[in-house]
Design a protein around this ligand. Structure first.
Ligand code: GLY
Length: 369
């Protein structure tokens, strides 16, 4: 199979896997015509804008593998590996922006709908593809989350290459620039100092040194195949310049990702703390279980986040001062990308990969910090 499908090939491969299909019955009775979900893979925008060295994006690869019969979760992880390995994406994996001490610490989790299993790692150092380590946790342990040195030891035992440093020249230079802007001697009050650290980072976004989406950057990718099997994966280097050991929403089941094979999947990018407070991916899946569409379920979560944001430092003109996106699909293959402010997401169906606008709760662009 060529690594890049043209539109016609996509239509052909998708048509074979999508739409109405014949379902074999276990009792051997004649097959009956049954409606099947349309296979789809969705992701954050970097799931279609990042190609690394090849010419296939995350959603395109995941869709190609999934509709070719590969396990849905393995397909999604193969997709996000493109972004994790891309040194130009400073929000995920190798080359992700480091913590306050200049160390890249990565978070990831994954969930397998049909198998009802999950795995995750947090504050993992030295492995370029934390999503694969999260999958190894799912496959090889009774646990759902390994962190820090333990996660790294586990990765080594599982045969992953552990490197001393996942910084690239770019991420190291940006970290040095942040240190220069921070000037810690002037901020003795811990609260003010934390704010100063955040402001220094955000000023680099305003100056165009860091992609705004890479400050809290992440990739989430979710898919459903024609059999209705749903999986998801989220992977990130977390908040740029975070306090060492800070873990955001990405590796936490129910926050950065939640999958219920009977209902749907939801995952997030953006300000992890806002999502963690409401466990929004879980909330969204529960909303869909109660009958809401992916879009309506996502909007409910965003409204909840907005209502919970009352601290002045997090508000701009009375509205949340941060971005938060959710990527959502249900068991029928219906999907939505929703966001606090105007944003986009990636999607791949039988018609090929594309970037679409999200539905936003608040009109306009995310305000600057
Ligand atoms: N959503 C990524 C993070 O906050 O770490």
């Amino acid at each position: 199979m060529p690594s890049r499908l043209n539109r016609r090939q996509f239509v052909r491969s998708g048509a074979a896997a999508a739409g109405l299909g014949l379902a074999a019955r276990a009792d051997g009775a004649p097959a009956i015509l049954q409606s099947r979900p349309r296979p789809v893979v969705i992701a954050s925008t970097n799931g279609h804008t990042r190609l690394h060295d090849g010419n296939e994006s995350c959603v395109a690869r995941a869709f190609r593998l999934m509709t070719g019969g590969t396990d849905v979760l393995e397909s999604l992880i193969a997709g996000v590996n493109i972004v994790e390995l891309d040194p130009k994406d400073t929000s995920v994996g190798y080359g992700g922006l480091p913590n306050a001490e200049g160390v890249v610490q990565l978070d990831s989790c994954c969930m397998h709908g049909p198998k009802k299993r999950a795995g995750g790692v947090a504050a993992l150092e030295g492995v370029r593809t934390p999503s694969k380590v999260a999958y190894a946790v799912l496959q090889n342990t009774d646990h759902h989350l390994l962190v820090g040195a333990g996660a790294q030891k586990f990765a080594r035992q599982m045969g992953f290459q552990v490197e001393d440093d996942l910084n690239t020249d770019t991420s190291r230079k940006l970290w040095l620039e942040w240190k220069r802007r921070l000037d810690p001697e002037h901020f003795l009050d811990p609260e003010k100092r934390a704010q100063a650290s955040f402001d220094a980072g955000w000023s680099m976004v305003r100056d165009g040194l860091i992609d705004r989406d890479h400050f809290f950057g992440t990739i989430n990718c979710d898919g459903i195949n024609a059999k209705g099997e749903i999986c998801g994966v989220t992977t990130t280097s977390g908040l740029a310049w975070k306090i060492p050991g800070r873990v955001g929403d990405s590796p936490i089941l129910g926050a950065g990702l939640y999958v219920d094979g009977e209902v749907g999947a939801a995952g997030s990018t953006g300000r992890g703390e806002a999502n963690l407070y409401g466990l929004c991916s879980f909330l969204i899946v529960e909303q869909m279980r109660a009958g809401r569409s992916p879009k309506d379920a996502g909007m409910e979560a965003l409204r909840r986040v907005r209502a919970n944001t009352i601290e002045k430092r997090l508000l701009h003109e009375g509205k949340p001062k941060f971005g938060l996106n959710f990527y959502i699909l249900n068991k029928n293959g219906e999907f939505a990308g929703v966001s606090m402010y105007e944003s986009s997401f990636a999607v791949c169906t039988e018609n090929g990969p594309e970037t679409r606008k999200t539905e936003s709760l608040i009109e306009g662009k995310e305000p600057n910090w």
